[in-house]
Design a protein around this ligand. Structure first.
Ligand code: NAD
Length: 471
């Protein structure tokens, strides 16, 4: 086993100054490679390189920026097999899902390439012309989590580059390799110093959030880390986009077509083994259909093939890391002690690897930790309700507010419920779906700002009003 990658600083492949650290394959519980580790001095070097590159990169014509992003997308496609293998090895998800992640990374890059940066005419009168322009910010720091490592890096890096910023990226130390490969590919296209990557644990992230020469941090990860970043970013008033934790509620209205919705409910709750910020994490079902729906979900759960994501028939991979596995196990076990009924799964699978089968938990309510806290793994608590106001109150009774959903046959009735939910996105008859043209972000403690679409793109810019007097 060796170090298989290098950092990139100022366009150069460089070794990490610190001892390389092992990266575990969650399907085996063993290290499969070592990752170079950056020192705080290398963070300084990366920020200095990005700052120097910004001096000219900020003036790159739009057509050139667009062409660069298209070339990067082509390189992602050309290395799709390698990237997907890396994602499965480091993250654990089944290879088919990793391939989808790589495909989405290329697609998102192309969509972002083609976005226009607007100039908004605010006033065009005899007395003045007032135009709102959007300019790049400078050095953007991107800090990413371990659940969708490649795709989330793309979500951060591409809009930053499209708007003429330069970037220092820090992937999660659990899943660094797909991002290291991505940055290597981007370096084939952009000038030296435009994209840099440093690796390590939270301390390296903190060195970035405290750095005086970084103008913005885009962060996806847990709410406590987001709070720490917000505090540390205060000294130079960094711009922040924070995509944080979620504990998304779904409400099934009475009379729903269970044949139709049960597979979709399962899929959107357990996507990526439940390790998706905007997965459905609490399900509220009317008492008239409660037992029926619980049994259907449990049946789908038991049909999953749990195992190593590199094996062809496997539909359900491991939890990404041991600590997360322990959280899921603890919250399900606590629910059992409170009288919950476990209809499928419910125990850590013995053997190597961090396997926890998809787990449906019935007879729980708000107030039980499995419902109240983000478990971020393969368990779905299902809560019974008797009237819709009660369901809405229970759905909103949470500090998080990332996504939420309403499921039912009458779309107008579902809409009237959806608009009462406290969330950044409200889906009807769906959940978890994110799209490159639809702004996505959290309300309450799930975050600040949005990604995607024009609104997301403009978070990487500073507006400047040009006021031309015609007096
Ligand atoms: P995490 O907060 O532990 O780590 C995320 C990243 O932050 C890692 O790269 C980590 O090294 C770094 N980090 C840790 N401490 C830091 C600090 N003090 N300063 C700067 N950087 C620091 O999150 P995680 O466990 O990797 O990811 C899971 C969480 O991410 C879940 O809560 C999930 O809901 C959330 N998430 C949110 C979204 C969204 O779009 N809202 C998307 C995916 C994941």
């Amino acid at each position: 086993m060796q170090t298989v990658s290098t950092l990139y600083i100022n366009g150069q492949a460089v070794a990490g100054d610190r001892d390389a650290f092992p990266v575990i394959n969650p399907a085996t519980g063993d290290a499969f490679a070592h990752c170079p580790a950056a020192s705080p001095e290398q963070v300084d070097d990366a920020v200095a390189a990005a700052g120097a590159a910004f001096k000219t990169f900020q003036y790159t014509p739009n057509a050139e920026l667009k062409a660069m992003l298209h070339r990067i997308a082509d390189l992602i496609d050309a290395h799709a097999d390698e990237l997907a293998q890396l994602v499965t090895l480091e993250q654990g998800k089944p290879l088919a899902l990793a391939q989808m992640e790589v495909g989405a990374a290329a697609g998102w890059t192309r969509y972002t390439a083609d976005l226009e940066i607007p100039v908004k005419v605010i006033e065009d009168s005899e007395t003045r012309l007032a135009e709102l322009h959007y300019k790049p910010l400078g050095v953007v720091g991107s800090i990413t989590p371990w659940n969708w490592p490649l795709m989330i890096a793309v979500w951060h890096i591409m809009p930053a580059l499209r708007t003429g910023n330069t970037v220092v990226s820090k992937p999660s130390s659990f899943t660094p390799f797909s991002t290291l490969k991505l940055v290597e590919l981007i370096n084939e296209v952009v000038p030296a110093g435009v994209i840099n990557i440093v690796t390590g644990e939270g301390g390296i992230g903190r060195a970035m959030t405290q750095h005086a020469d970084i103008r913005k941090i885009v962060f996806t990860g847990s709410t406590p880390t987001g709070q720490d970043i917000m505090r540390n970013a205060a000294d130079n008033l960094k711009r922040l986009t924070l995509e944080l934790g979620g504990n998304d509620a779904g409400i099934v209205l009475p009379g729903a077509d269970l044949d139709r919705i049960a597979p979709a409910l399962f899929q959107t709750a357990f996507i990526n083994m439940g390790q998706t910020c905007a997965a459905l994490k609490r399900l509220y079902v009317h008492e008239s259909q409660y037992e029926d729906l619980c049994q259907r979900l449990a049946k789908i759960a038991t049909e999953q093939v749990v195992g190593n994501g590199l094996e062809v028939d496997v539909t359900f991979g491991p939890v990404q890391n041991k600590a997360q596995l322990a959280i899921v196990a603890e919250l399900v076990s606590d629910a059992k002690q409170q009288g919950a009924r476990v209809l499928s799964g419910g125990d850590v699978q013995s053997g190597n690897g961090y396997f926890y089968p998809p787990t449906i938990v019935a007879d729980v309510s708000n107030g039980v930790r499995l419902v109240d806290e983000e478990q971020f793994g393969p368990a779905l608590p299902v809560v019974r309700y008797s009237d819709i106001d009660e369901a809405v109150a229970m759905a909103n009774d949470n500090v998080n507010g990332l996504g939420a959903s309403v499921w039912g046959e009458d779309v107008e009735q579902a809409r009237s419920v959806a608009v009462r939910l406290e969330s950044g996105t409200a889906w009807i008859n769906n959940h978890s779906e994110v799209l490159p043209h639809c702004p996505f972000g959290g309300s309450k403690m799930s975050g600040i700002g949005v990604e995607f679409g024009e609104e997301g793109l403009l978070e990487y810019t500073q507006s400047q009003l040009l006021n031309i007097s015609r007096g």
